[in-house]
Design a protein around this ligand. Structure first.
Ligand code: FE2
Length: 349
């Protein structure tokens, strides 16, 4: 009996050892699994879907650190070469430019990216690439404004809009980039005069988010708002039925269609200089530029694809095709500090 018991004990021990060895091997394999570390300012469901799709396709595990672009840029600076980050994802060209200017990114050679992303939507030195486009447009009250009343951003300075405009604070990068595009198009003197006149035409002091500007128009506080297109999609798919009423009352107008086109900004990515997984980072940006990923950005987050008129989202298509300003978006970054100064001079809070 005692021999049988000890034999059984040996067998159990043998299997326990085998299991321990298996667990060890699995954990070693996991630690060796290809990785990609992303610092992201983006906070959208579309991205979670795309991370999963990419991992399923490639086996590359994605780790994400979220924060504001400024926080993440600061973190990259202080971490230096030891930074674990491979990729910086932001929601505007201005901050991508800031990261490049701080020496945090590196140039990327990729035929796929050159083919998929139009020249005006990437850094001239290929240090960052746009992945989605958002147009900053005029949203108007359908019952009080006719589309024929609207024309250009410049026209919002005219006295006919006195007390009728809603727009958020000038501390917001989307407004700074719009202002940068106006400086590029018209020069500093005219851009300042525009900011002063628009400030005077506001229905209320700047406040709130882009969504709040559409809400102000629907509530009759203002007749027109300057805001990004995808927030209309977000209001339409909001869990709050009040937001659906907002969408029913407003419409989208693309300004400057007879001239340079509507101001666009981008969400984009750059590979960090410190990247230890550069090949994976490039693979991921290439994946995000593929039509499969571009469709997810449109259908889930209502952003335009980088090839704007290829969009397949019903909502975006309902606004029709539009002409976009083809100014190279690196200019938005280069003109950012001028834009901030002029807003201050204009008294635009
Ligand atoms: Fe946004």
């Amino acid at each position: 009996m005692s021999t049988g018991r000890s034999k059984g004990g040996i067998v159990i021990k043998y299997f326990l050892n085998r299991i321990a060895l298996l667990v060890f091997c699995l954990s070693l394999l996991t630690s060796l699994q290809a990785q990609l570390n992303i610092y992201s300012h983006r906070h959208y469901d579309s991205d979670k879907i795309l991370y999963k799709k990419f991992t399923d396709k490639t086996g590359i595990k994605i780790n994400v650190v979220k924060g504001s672009a400024d926080q993440l840029i600061q973190r990259l600076i202080s971490e230096g070469d030891d930074s674990p980050a491979d990729l910086l994802l932001t929601v505007d060209a201005g901050r991508l430019h800031r990261a490049k200017a701080a020496g945090l990114l590196q140039p990327i050679r990729s035929r796929t990216l050159y083919r998929n992303i139009p020249g005006s939507l990437r850094d001239p030195d290929n240090q960052w690439f746009a992945l989605t486009v958002r147009a900053r447009v005029i949203v108007y009250a359908k019952d009080r404004v006719k589309p024929s009343d609207l024309s250009t951003y410049e026209d919002l300075a005219s006295s006919k809009w006195k007390g009728r405009i809603a727009v958020r604070s000038s501390s917001n990068i989307y407004n700074q980039s719009l202002m940068a595009s106006l400086i590029e198009a018209n020069g500093k003197r005219k851009a300042l005069a525009w900011a002063k006149a628009v400030r005077k035409n506001m229905a209320r002091a700047p406040r709130g988010s882009d969504r709040d500007q559409a809400r102000a128009v629907a509530a009759g506080i203002a007749d027109v708002a300057i805001m990004n297109t995808y927030y209309i999609g977000k209001l339409a798919s909001s869990s709050d039925p009040k937001d659906h009423k907002v969408v029913e009352k407003v419409a989208v107008f693309f300004p400057n269609q007879k001239g340079r086109g509507a101001h666009i900004n981008v969400s984009g990515a750059g590979v960090t200089k410190s990247s230890k997984n550069k090949e994976n980072a490039i693979k991921f940006i290439e994946f995000l530029s593929s039509s499969e990923a571009q469709d997810v950005f449109g259908s889930v987050n209502y952003e335009y694809p980088v090839k704007i008129n290829d969009n397949k989202s019903d909502l975006l298509s309902s606004w029709g095709p539009f002409k976009s300003d083809e100014l190279n978006l690196s200019k938005l970054g280069e003109r950012n500090s001028d834009a901030v100064k002029l807003f201050d001079k204009a008294g635009w809070e």
